[in-house]
Design a protein around this ligand. Structure first.
Ligand code: ZN
Length: 174
């Protein structure tokens, strides 16, 4: 299919799926702003690898909406579905277990999934800086940054430029 059509289908799909969601920060940005930021970072880092960029747009659809991996496979094909599955937490597990598994999985994920993880954590740290959640005390913010650094330690070799973007965001939060 035409790449422009594929890309715009992914944006429209994500916008519909996340229509009612907002970021946790004080500015309560539309959730879609997180997805467009992650997609732009991935596009720059990969020089426009279409399937990885589309998986970046869709990376939270299964975790945070009613979307299934099978649905992504039908609509967007196997590689995009597999990449999204790699960056999706198992929400049946307790939060602390999921956080630990993210650290372990990051080191063993495919290159495309590692790039998406790097971009996702970079976007999340930028949001913490620009629009901190009003109910997060400093210790909770510090814990999040520490954990993000542990996840990124396992996948930062996937892209040096993106690792630099992450480091800059983490440093600004120190
Ligand atoms: Zn995300």
């Amino acid at each position: 299919m035409n790449p422009t059509v594929e890309l715009t289908r992914a944006y429209h799909f994500a916008a519909r799926k996340h229509v009612d969601q907002r970021r946790k920060g004080e500015a309560a940005e539309p959730y879609m702003n997180h997805l467009t930021e992650v997609a732009e970072l991935v596009a720059q880092a990969t020089d426009g690898d279409l399937e990885v960029v589309i998986a970046a747009i869709l990376h939270d659809t299964v975790e945070d909406t009613d979307t299934t991996i099978d649905e992504l496979r039908t609509v967007f094909g196997p590689r995009i579905a597999d990449l999204t599955a790699e960056v999706t937490d198992d929400k049946s597990l307790p939060k602390q277990v999921r956080k630990h598994l993210q650290v372990e999985h990051a080191a063993h994920a495919s290159w495309g999934a590692q790039v998406i993880k790097l971009a996702d954590k970079t976007s999340n740290l930028r949001s913490l800086l620009a629009s901190p959640p009003p109910d997060w005390p400093r210790a909770r913010r510090d814990d999040y940054v520490d954990w993000a650094r542990r996840v990124v330690a396992g996948c930062r070799d996937a892209n040096a430029w993106l690792a630099g973007q992450f480091d800059a965001a983490a440093k600004a939060l120190d």
